[in-house]
Design a binder for this molecule. Structure first.
Ligand SMILES: [Zn+2]
Ligand SMILES: [Zn+2]
Length: 391
């Protein structure tokens, strides 16, 4: 029996776990119920279990039939949900108002549990598996929190792997690259301080809205005129707040803006931050105002290492057939905090196609994880262990 056939026998139990998690979504660092379920499952399988790593993170350790190789492999799943009000009507819809598993992390957690269930029963590998259930992927840097809590010092691994479901790829396909997968992301805030006054007497004020409008236009020159055209970068503003909509003849004293930048190369990140700083300072000065930049680095880019990416391709080809493996996936300008783990250890991040009806895209209120692919993701994780640490 193949790994996939064996895990398919567990499909009913995995579906029940997934739907229970879906019905009880928890936001970043609030995954108390979820991590308790994960820890209980792992303990019942006989794994060594460690909780409270990165606040609500859980680590399970499983040793193979042999441990002569001295190798260890990390497998990671994220557990958190999103602050979205679910618009689905099925029985397992969210029971928590305003919270929803809109990114399929319920599926990721279940697939990693599925791999643990299979590997604990067979232990057909020579080495150690570290199952990493991380909190707060959705903007909370839960991977970094676990690393800062000593994840890779307490549980050293030679390589680490993770996946993300992907609705726009057909179910049962795997896609990845041998290098860049997801971009780095940083956040910025711009505050323009002028002088408020009467709209009919603008000469007595110093209008920060005019300054903000110059800034908005100038920021768009960073990608078009400062970044090497052969490199990737995005500068986007997401928020602009000035004055009160009901105010008549009032020039506000302050404008606040926020946005984010995306990048792959550290040199591009440096250019983006430097130009944002210079443009804000220069335009603020030109108009006799101050324009202050607050810049926060968030997630680094997610970059696969070629050897580990090849391992994913090899295992996917074996389990799914070569026609279901995309080896030259187009990198995305989205971001992913598995990047922090790939900065520490070799490894690979891959997409698992799950298909879906119209509107079933990530972070949409009508999204749902496709339970059909649960055994496939679990088999990918288990297959990677047996590939990386053969008996
Ligand atoms: Zn997400
Ligand atoms: Zn996600």
């Amino acid at each position: 029996m193949t790994i996939l056939e064996a895990i398919k026998q567990d499909h009913g139990a995995l579906t029940a776990i997934r739907r229970d998690l879906h019905a009880h979504p928890e936001l970043g660092y609030e995954e108390v119920r979820t991590s308790a379920i994960v820890a209980d499952q792992l303990r019942a399988l006989g794994l060594e279990v460690h909780t409270g790593i990165g606040r609500t993170g859980v680590v399970g350790v499983l040793r193979g039939q042999r441990c002569d190789s001295n190798r260890a492999i990390g497998l990671r799943a994220d557990m958190d949900a999103l602050p979205i009000a679910e618009a689905n009507g099925f029985d397992h819809k969210s029971r928590h108002a305003g919270r929803m598993h809109g990114c399929g992390h319920d599926g990721h957690t279940t697939m990693l549990l599925g791999a643990a269930r299979h590997l604990a029963a067979t232990r057909a590998f020579d080495g150690t598996v570290v199952f990493i259930f991380q909190p707060g992927e959705e903007g909370h840097a839960g991977a970094r929190a676990m690393i800062e809590d000593g994840l890779f010092i307490r549980f050293p691994v030679d390589a680490v792997f993770a996946l993300h479901n992907w609705p726009s790829m057909p179910p049962g396909t795997v896609g990845l690259t041998r290098g860049p997968m997801m971009a780095g992301i940083d956040r910025f805030e711009l505050t323009v301080e002028g002088v408020g006054g009467h709209g009919a007497h603008p000469h007595q004020a110093n209008d920060p809205i005019i300054v903000a409008s110059q800034l908005i236009a100038a920021l768009q020159t960073i990608v078009s005129r400062n970044v090497n055209p052969l490199q990737s970068a995005v500068v986007s503003l997401h928020s602009l707040q000035a004055g009160a909509p009901s105010a008549l003849s009032v020039i506000p004293a302050e404008v606040r803006m926020s946005g984010m930048v995306k990048w792959y190369a550290p040199a591009v990140q440096e250019t983006l931050q430097r130009r944002l700083t210079d443009i804000a300072h220069g335009i603020g000065l030109a108009f006799g105002t101050t324009a202050r930049l607050d810049y926060t680095a968030l997630y680094p880019p997610t970059i696969n290492t070629p050897i580990e990416a090849e391992a994913v391709m090899r295992v996917a080809t074996r389990i799914l057939g070569p026609e279901h493996v995309v080896q030259d996936l187009e990198p995305s300008m989205g971001s992913e905090d598995f990047a922090f783990m790939l900065r520490e250890r070799p490894g690979a991040y891959f997409r698992l196609g799950q298909g879906g009806a119209d509107g079933c895209f990530l972070h949409s209120p009508t999204y749902d994880f496709n339970d059909d692919v649960l055994p496939i993701g679990a088999a990918m994780f288990a297959g990677l262990v047996e590939d990386q640490m053969p008996l």
